[in-house]
Design a protein around this ligand. Structure first.
Ligand code: OAD
Length: 227
């Protein structure tokens, strides 16, 4: 089976009702990145940051996978599919994808501020954490999210995965945030690259097959092209 590697971003979940970051009306227009997605922001106003992720976690629990997520899960019948997602929702998993790597963390998880390996999973019936919610050893819990300025622990694994791609598919990412955006450069020069996005995205690579559509229709078209 050919190895199909997918790099997905916020646009993948847009049709599930989850706002993207940089489109007009996107998340970063309402909430300054430095306030809610940096370690400094968390030190300045931890309650604001916890509230921001509590709200996003609830929205993610309520969202449902769209045709794009489902189509990719179905492709496991014909391909070995590895998904590398910048998204912190779990819609790929809930659609049935079995091999998902979260580059930027996971909303459903929280961890100790003192010990990054002490990770807890939240559930839809208890989707929030607050100041005073602590790990077993007594340290405050924080979202299990990679904030700007923090290391991206899964990047090495993601590079290895892209390295072994027979086909690379990029869906719903503006390719603005590194190191995720640089993953494309680790694909073999003769690996075909498909890019699904309703807008033009500058991917800095020759010979990309653009599918200028939303995720659901785009994944359908991809499947037809690969038949
Ligand atoms: P962006 O908001 O930067 O880009 C979203 C992309 O999705 C844009 O290219 C849109 O055109 C496209 N899009 C919109 N609707 C779509 C649809 N229905 N189907 C397919 N594509 C659609 O989001 P990302 O590139 O994912 O990181 O952002 C990368 C990172 O920046 C995020 O993981 C997040 C953010 O800051 C952290 O919070 C660490």
């Amino acid at each position: 089976m050919k190895h199909l590697v997918v790099l997905s971003g916020a646009g993948m979940s847009a049709e599930s009702g989850i706002a993207t970051f940089r489109d007009s009306g996107g998340m970063w227009e309402q909430y300054p990145i430095e306030d809610v997605a940096t370690p400094e922001g968390f030190r300045r106003n931890p309650q604001l940051v916890l509230d921001f992720y509590n709200a996003r976690r609830k929205a993610a629990f309520e969202a449902k996978p769209n045709g794009g997520h489902i189509g990719l899960a179905e492709m496991e019948k014909d391909f070995k599919v590895s998904i590398i997602t910048q998204n912190v929702d779990d819609l790929h998993e809930r659609a049935g994808s079995s091999n998902v790597l979260h580059l930027h963390g996971e909303l459903s998880k929280v961890r100790s501020t003192a010990d990054p390996s002490s990770i807890y999973t939240l559930t839809p019936d208890k989707p929030e954490i607050h100041i005073g919610d602590k790990c077993e050893k007594g340290s405050q819990l924080r979202p299990h999210i990679v904030w700007f300025g923090e290391a991206v622990p899964m990047i090495e694994k993601a590079i290895e995965t892209v390295n072994t791609a027979d086909i690379l598919v990029i869906i719903g990412t503006s390719l603005n945030v590194y190191p995720a955006a640089g993953l494309l450069n680790y694909a073999n020069p003769d690996t075909p690259v498909y890019l699904i996005d309703p807008k033009e995205v500058n991917a800095h690579r020759q010979g990309i097959h653009f599918i200028q559509k939303g995720a659901s229709e785009g994944v359908e078209e991809l499947r037809r092209s690969l038949k």
